[in-house]
Design a binder for this molecule. Structure first.
Ligand SMILES: [Zn+2]
Length: 252
């Protein structure tokens, strides 16, 4: 197990960045900076933005940006609504270093329905997995067309159909998602706490020229086991050129 409590000199610094550190559950910018020192990964902190989430207004977005400004971390948001880029101030959005999105909130049972959290299976059912997957692909491609920087948890499947990963995520579908990410210059996340995406997807994405980011996706301020991200660097021979880091240089 590799955690962010290990000392910096216990292993060489890693290329890339952990760009999925939520300021929630006791996690603060200061604690995130300490994590940066421990893991050797550059870091980005974020809050969720959307209706019913911590950032719902431009004032809240400005306050978040001001609170992070001056710290040696990247500042981002995780967007949960599909109209975020027209709802929030362009000037404020322009101050963000990155925007992260996942595909885990989707209209169910059809496109005209209210979006639901797919990780809460009691809220919906998927009677026809293949038909749902076609809609889910459209959902994925729509999100990849938004002005985002990172697709978090790529190829996520909800619990009801997770066992059908091999069948639902055909190579053709994976290739379509990866190509859309390439076309929009969106990085693909390898998350510390998720089984997604599969090794097969990562290999395919790397061969197509995609770039990757890391994500701890914390719910608290306890140490996170970063083994999956660390081993990915070795397993997939990831070099700095394969890893996404926001453009703005951090303060020294
Ligand atoms: Zn998150």
């Amino acid at each position: 197990m590799v955690t962010d409590q290990e000392t910096p000199d216990s292993r060489p610094p890693l290329p890339g960045a952990d760009l999925h550190i939520h300021l929630r559950g006791g996690m603060t910018v200061e604690k995130a900076v300490a994590r940066q020192c421990a893991t050797g990964l550059q870091i980005g902190v974020l809050k969720n933005l959307g209706r019913g989430w911590p950032i719902e207004t431009d004032d809240q977005l400005a306050a978040f940006l001001d609170s992070v400004s001056g710290h040696p971390v990247f500042a981002g948001v995780q967007v949960n609504d599909r109209d975020w880029f027209i709802k929030r101030s362009a000037e404020l959005l322009g101050r963000l270093d990155f925007v992260l999105a996942d595909t885990m909130i989707m209209a169910m049972p059809d496109n005209d329905s209210t979006p639901v959290k797919l990780w809460m299976p009691e809220l919906y059912s998927i009677p026809d997995p293949e038909a749902w997957m076609e809609r889910y692909m459209t959902h994925n491609l729509r999100i990849l067309a938004e002005p985002i920087s990172i697709l978090a948890n790529p190829t996520y499947l909800p619990p009801a159909v997770a066992e059908h990963y091999e069948t639902l995520w055909t190579d053709a579908r994976m290739e379509q998602v990866i190509q859309a990410a390439l076309d929009s210059q969106v990085a693909l996340e390898i998350q510390a706490r998720s089984q997604y995406p599969s090794d097969h997807f990562i290999r395919m994405a790397k061969s197509m020229g995609a770039v990757f980011s890391f994500g701890s996706n914390n719910f608290h301020d306890n140490p996170i086991d970063m083994s999956r991200c660390v081993s990915a660097v070795e397993t997939f021979s990831l070099t700095p050129g394969d890893l996404y880091v926001p453009a703005r240089p951090l303060l020294t």
